[in-house]
Design a protein around this ligand. Structure first.
Ligand code: NDP
Ligand code: HSE
Length: 440
């Protein structure tokens, strides 16, 4: 089958992230979509400017309109940002019968009603998952996964830049202006960073979420918007001393016959999960009447996390072009004839760290025996802790944390430890995962 040809407007942070992800995961994405996705053109106003992604095989054009008018381009991916010329370009692409994918929340929040009407008239798709909460598929979640519910409220940390600033101010006592510069360097901030720090970007996103959650038109102009620019380090510290964390929250809530739509700095009890969402991470709490409270967490900004959502939208569009529209999303996410024959790993061959609790007689040499057994199985110890004996008992509890080890090795070690004369009873074991973001 012929590849689906797409054109990208804007090769900045997200544009380049999209090029990179589409290229790196080309095969797997094609298996999911049912067809290959091929970028045939991308815009670069300055053709000589170096780009942070490989553009081989992509025709770079200085005039964005060339892409929008190219009859070969089936899907236009708008990654320029801002209101204009993005609005005019998207409307022109729709007019030419092209599907549109965009990450532009400003565009959707302010001009979405007009754009959706045009798309409806032309029978094309406009997909905008990346516009809210970066890599978190929150739009699909609310629109599809929670579709059974009457959504009661939602509250989110939906601006990565301001959350990054507040986190760095709290953790490192860093200066507002310095952290903002760092967020810009990392590609989190908007072209106009006042959108981030004054709450405008969060309000764009909240406007979109509220429309989807409550079935109301997009009404950005009615949102209450207050940012973090007047927050001082003292506020952050005092909030902390009182047991609260300070976050920029977007809140949308149904009240009697109305909807609250507000973005402002907010104290949240530190024991709440969402209070511990730090750095450029985002989280959205959604309360549905059937499901109850749910929370969705992930990277809210950055090249590849955002590209993850852009490409997901592209796959959705391509599926409508290739598959039976009545059965558009494959039940197992991949096309049925593209399922891989990968074996499931038996648990004995899985690697994890372990928490072990054993009860040892309180006499010399016992711990040496245990650690020798572990060493024989090539198991490294992360930490070891001997606790006070329980009243009336002749053994002491010993807690051991191991580094990552193959399950069959720990099984063998445990069997030998339980066989030592100085160990009483069974060894208790719990698997331990650090879940580091860079875990591969
Ligand atoms: P960048 O500023 O990094 O990239 C935007 C690109 O658009 C630039 O490279 C520029 O291209 C091009 N561009 C800007 N103005 C024009 C114009 N008038 N005509 C033609 N091209 C233009 O922005 P991002 O990649 O960060 O953001 C893109 C979109 O994604 C925005 O809507 C943003 O809100 C959204 N978004 C961004 C996230 C992020 O983490 N950065 C996360 C989620 C959404 P050139 O280099 O050719 O001049
Ligand atoms: N500037 C935005 C943020 C990018 O910091 O959250 C992601 O939408």
């Amino acid at each position: 089958m012929q590849p689906v040809k797409i054109g990208i407007l804007g090769l900045g942070t997200v544009g380049c992230g999209t090029v990179t992800v589409l290229s790196r995961n080309r095969e797997e994405i094609a298996r999911r979509a049912g067809r290959e996705i091929k970028i045939i053109q991308a815009s670069a106003r300055d053709l000589k400017k170096p780009r942070p992604c490989a553009t081989d095989g992509i025709q770079l054009v200085a005039d964005v309109r060339e892409i929008v008018r190219n009859p070969e381009v089936e899907v236009v991916v708008e990654l320029i940002g801002g209101y204009e010329p993005a609005r005019a370009l998207v409307l022109e692409a729709i007019e030419h019968g092209k599907h549109v994918v965009t990450a532009n929340k400003a565009l959707i929040a302010v001009h979405g009603n007009e754009i959706f009407a045009a798309a409806q008239k032309k029978g094309v798709m406009v997909a905008f998952e990346a516009a809210v909460a970066g890599g978190i598929p929150i739009i699909k979640t609310i629109r599809e996964g929670l579709t059974a519910n009457r959504i009661e409220w939602l509250a989110g940390i939906i601006n990565g830049t301001s959350n990054f600033i507040l986190s760095e101010m709290r953790d490192k006592g860093a200066d507002f202006a310095d952290v903002l510069k760092e967020a810009q360097r990392l590609g989190y901030a908007e072209t106009d960073p006042t959108f981030d720090v004054e709450g405008v970007d969060a309000a764009h996103k909240l406007t979109i979420l509220a429309a989807i959650a409550f079935g109301i038109p997009l009404q950005f102009d009615k949102a209450y918007v207050e940012g973090i620019s007047r927050i001082s380090r003292l506020d952050v510290r005092y909030a902390e001393e009182l047991g609260y964390r300070l976050k920029l929250l977007g809140i949308a809530r149904r009240t009697d016959g109305a909807v609250e739509l507000r973005v402002h700095p907010t104290l949240i009890p530190e024991r709440r999960l969402i209070a511990n969402v730090d750095g450029a991470m985002n989280a959205v709490l959604v309360k549905g009447d059937a499901v109850g409270p749910t929370m969705f967490y992930g990277a809210g900004a950055g090249a590849e996390p955002t590209a993850s959502a852009v490409v997901a939208d592209l796959v959705d569009v391509v599926r409508t072009l290739t598959t039976d529209p009545n059965n558009r999303v494959p039940h197992l996410a991949f096309q049925p004839d593209a399922l891989a024959d990968l074996p499931i790993l038996p648990i004995e061959d899985v690697d994890t760290s372990y928490y072990l609790r054993l009860h040892a007689l309180d006499r010399p040499g016992v711990l040496a025996d245990v650690t020798r057994v572990l060493a024989d199985q090539n198991i490294s110890i992360e930490a070891i802790l001997q606790k006070e004996p329980h009243a009336g008992e002749d053994t002491v509890p010993v807690i051991i944390l191991t580094q990552r080890v193959r399950e069959k090795n720990i099984n063998a070690a445990i069997a030998r430890i339980e066989g030592l004369g100085s160990i009483k009873g069974k060894v208790a074991r719990i698997r331990l995962e650090h879940l580091n973001p860079d875990w591969k």
